[in-house]
Design a protein around this ligand. Structure first.
Ligand SMILES: [Mg+2]
Length: 368
């Protein structure tokens, strides 16, 4: 494949409700849509870090800078013998995973179109659907948290994940259990606890949760192993698993039992599949998380969730769960807890140019 032209569009879409986690809050969602043209085909990807850098150090602005000044100018005009070669080249460049992922995943869309297969089939999926779980943020009151869960549960989501932070943990889980009974439930702390909070997690052990997502700092793999050895519930790592090397180290230490793989965090499908395959070899459970992204990134997550080893529901939810609008036709929908995947070649969703204009922040075309 020869990369002929790339169009980058930075967009911003209002959220239906602010999304708050332990490190901050956003009311709008930024994304960079990456449209790559090659041999008469156009593939779409999305670079989708959180604004305000409260999940990682990356921001929409830092990714825009890297894409426009180095990554895209360096790849336009280049010829690659295969998707894998192009993907490996992107991975080897300087720059953050959140910048590279927009470019890398666009090439997968293009390759799937070229082969005439849906994206999830190119990735190796045998199912044609993804199971979806509901994720809810932090709220001012427990009543608001319960009301949000009650609002979305009728869509059949396969599990509920609530965000926790120090001081707002056991009583939230207890309230959800009291109101909704024995639903599949898990917590996500976004790295906000330390080993000194062992008692909190030992108390949470009484509530029969599916997993505890990222209790401790991303780099605190030894502490995570210590925590895991003293609690019953499996630890799931998210922020920690930025690289293949981090996965190997965490597995060796016994820091976790479940991996949340985020395509954005690891820089694209090639790295995500490498981590997925290694988790299978190690007998670890896997599921696919989201930032959440706008529709392109979410559709990619849904596609990867159809892989056989993804044995827990994804965080990919209906388009209108978080956002007032989306860039694609049709929207992602969840029925009976499932997202049916498109049978058309590539990503399988049309990108609405009128909406790219409506939510436009900046655009740049890079060609030779
Ligand atoms: Mg998480």
């Amino acid at each position: 494949m020869r990369i002929d032209r790339i169009t980058l569009t930075h967009v911003r879409i209002p959220l239906g409700e602010p999304f708050r986690i332990s490190n901050g809050e956003v009311a709008e969602k930024d994304g960079i849509v990456v449209a790559v043209e090659s041999d008469g085909l156009t593939g779409y990807g999305e670079s989708s870090p959180m604004a305000g850098s409260f999940y990682s150090a990356d921001t929409p602005e830092s990714c825009w800078q890297q894409l426009t000044s180095s990554l895209c100018p360096a790849i336009v005009g280049r010829e690659f013998e295969s998707l894998d070669a192009a993907s490996a080249w992107i991975d080897a460049q300087a720059g953050s995973n959140f910048a590279k992922v927009g470019l890398e995943t666009a090439l997968w869309d293009m390759e799937a179109q070229r082969q005439g297969v849906p994206l999830h089939r190119l990735l190796g999926a045998t199912r044609d659907y993804a199971e979806s779980g509901l994720a809810v943020g932090l709220y001012d009151s427990t009543e608001q948290l319960l009301a949000t869960i009650a609002k979305y549960l009728p869509d059949g989501y396969k599990r509920v994940k609530i965000k926790i932070c120090p001081g707002h943990d056991v009583e939230l889980v207890a309230a959800v259990r009291a109101r909704f009974g024995d639903i599949p439930l898990m917590t996500d702390a976004n790295a906000s606890y330390t080993l000194a909070d062992l008692g909190v997690y030992q108390k949470l052990d009484e509530y029969g949760l599916r997993m505890y997502e990222q209790p401790l700092l991303g780099e605190a793999l030894e502490d995570s192993a210590r925590l895991q050895s003293q609690i019953k519930t499996p630890i799931c790592l998210d922020e920690s698993l930025e690289t293949f090397a981090a996965l190997e180290r965490a597995a060796e230490l016994g820091s976790f039992r479940i991996a949340n793989i985020k395509i954005q965090r690891v820089g694209g499908f090639r790295n995500a599949l490498a981590i997925y395959n290694r988790c299978l070899e190690l007998g670890l459970s896997i599921w696919i998380g989201t930032m959440p992204e706008l529709g392109i990134g979410q559709a990619q997550g849904a596609a990867m969730s159809a892989l056989a080893g993804c044995d827990y529901p994804t965080d990919v939810e209906a388009s209108l769960r978080w956002f007032r609008d989306d860039l694609m036709d049709p929207f992602l929908e969840v029925r009976d807890g499932r997202i049916e995947l498109p049978s058309t070649p590539g990503l399988g969703y049309a990108i609405n140019e009128e909406k790219l204009q409506r939510y436009f922040v900046a655009r740049q075309v890079i060609e030779k």
